[in-house]
Design a protein. Structure first.
Length: 265
């Protein structure tokens, strides 16, 4: 991504059925301040309820995806007790808003992905990364902990990897993140956008309500006891509810009639 003259910390651009949210503080490697965080929280909430949006791409201008939270902002919050607590809650709402957004969220990662940026990535549904990306959770080297991002990063990289990288703060490669399952697609810098576009094309062919239901299904099932009768009753009930929907009727009929369903433009 090239640097833009637009001074907003987040640029919102509609491209077909997708909306790109581009971090735009390239001069400081897109470090997140209060304004950027607030804009992202609002955008994910709004776009999540927008019927014209099929997917959301989280990208960045400049030579880095994101270096995490702006340390100046963090120090300012630490000096104000009320703001310190509230800023933590706001950060939590950002990562939760990405994870629970009804729309698929695709992260386009390049350059650096540090600290809170790993939370942005880990809360996303699909992560496409250039093979030159450097990841790190360096909070311990600043006397901090990766608390607000931890629920998503631990899920994304696994408990054993989190034990290591949380307490060492060391840098790890995109190849390592891919091996851990934290990154879904690993590309060269010059094929990053082509891979992203192919994924967006797949999402364009999928039923919007079904994708939202799938996101919620994964979140909920990951917390269920698979040996419990209640779990099996719950997933059966979800299938019945979706199978009886107008969207499912259209999808199944389109398949039988060998045509594209109405949600495919």
């Amino acid at each position: 991504m090239t640097e833009q003259s637009n001074e907003k910390p987040v640029i919102e651009t509609r491209k077909g059925k997708s909306v790109w949210l581009t971090l735009n503080r390239p001069q400081i490697k897109n470090a997140m301040n209060g304004e950027m965080i607030a804009m992202l929280v609002e955008a994910f909430q709004r776009l999540g309820n927008d019927p014209d949006t099929r997917a959301i791409v989280l990208a960045a201008n400049g030579d880095a995806f994101c270096s995490g939270a702006d340390l100046g902002y963090m120090m300012q919050m630490a000096q104000q007790a009320a703001s310190n607590q509230q800023s933590g809650i706001t950060l939590t709402s950002l990562f939760r808003g990405i994870a629970e957004c009804p729309k698929p969220v695709v992260a386009r990662v390049h350059g650096l992905c540090l600290a809170g940026a790993t939370g942005l990535v880990s809360a996303s549904d699909i992560i496409v990364a250039s093979n030159n990306v450097k990841f790190s959770l360096p909070e311990v080297k600043r006397g901090l902990i990766p608390a607000t991002i931890s629920p998503y990063v631990v899920q994304a990289m696994g408990i054993q990897a989190a034990r290591r990288y949380f307490i060492t703060g060391e840098t790890f490669t995109a190849e390592k993140a891919y091996a851990l399952g934290m990154v879904h697609e690993l590309t060269t810098p010059d094929t990053l956008d082509a891979k992203l576009e192919s994924i967006l094309a797949e999402l364009d062919s999928c039923a919007p309500d079904a994708m939202a239901a799938c996101k919620k299904l994964v979140r909920d099932v990951s917390r269920m006891d698979i040996t419990a009768d209640e779990t099996h009753a719950e997933v059966a009930a979800r299938l019945a509810a979706v199978r009886g929907s107008a969207e499912a009727a259209e999808g199944m009929m389109a398949f039988m009639e060998k045509r594209k369903p109405k949600w495919v433009g």
